[in-house]
Ligand binder design. Structure first.
Ligand code: GRF
Length: 210
């Protein structure tokens, strides 16, 4: 499967690099055809270029939504993309992308959805909210992407403890350490055709042809 990995304007690109490493080690049966960002100077795009990956910038701000969506679809088609990974991408994906790559888009969220998700729940906002609530566990969720923020069917979740003396930074680091293997596993399952979606339930099958 040819993948596009979408990164955010300020993203570090650690999930992108985890996917790249997962491909190189043979754990993910796919290739990264293109890394897509909205801002040329995104640190994650720089990491992608340093790793020798093809990159594309599709500007989102200051232009009509349709123009952004059309250009995204055309970049994805040009690279014959079969699956998409959102790795720190913060915008709502245009419907044209979600509808054309239905059940072929995986996002990683740094909390246990449906808690601490939705618009504006990203980065340290998530971990600060978990701590403010007094939750005892947090974790990450790899999910398929639908037309809203963080609401698509769950593929995999992993938990970490929340400690009494945690700060958003220490909790974020603990969650990030489970994000990487969780995203790699979810992308590997999608690329291998091993996900079956039944309403909100995602089943993992052994045989892609079943
Ligand atoms: C991660 O915490 C991920 O869960 C969220 O955005 C962050 C991206 O980090 N969607 P990185 O750029 O992959 O290091």
């Amino acid at each position: 499967m040819k993948l596009a990995v979408f990164v955010g304007a300020k993203g570090r690109g650690s999930n992108l690099m985890a996917v790249h490493a997962g491909i190189q080690s043979g754990d993910i049966p796919a290739v990264i055809a293109v890394v897509v960002g909205t801002d040329e100077s995104a640190p994650a795009l720089e990491r992608a270029r340093d790793a020798g990956l093809e990159t594309g910038v599709v500007r989102a701000k200051g232009r009509p939504d349709d123009a952004y969506a059309d250009e995204l679809v055309s970049v994805l088609r040009q690279h014959e993309v079969g699956g998409i990974v959102l790795a720190g991408y913060l915008r709502r994906l245009p419907d044209a992308v979600v509808d054309n790559w239905k059940h072929k888009i995986v996002n990683i969220h740094p909390a246990l959805l449906p808690s601490f998700g939705g618009k504006g729940m990203y980065g340290q906002h998530v971990h600060a909210a978990v701590l403010a609530y007094g939750a005892k566990v947090s974790g990450c969720t790899a999910h398929l992407v639908d037309n809203d923020y963080d609401t698509g069917p769950v593929v995999l979740q992993r938990c970490v403890p929340v400690l009494d003396n945690d700060t958003p930074e220490t909790l974020s680091a603990r969650v990030l350490s489970v994000e990487h293997p969780t995203l790699v596993e979810a992308v590997a399952l999608m690329a291998a055709g091993r996900l079956r979606v039944d309403g909100r339930l995602v089943r993992i099958v052994d045989n892609p042809d079943s």
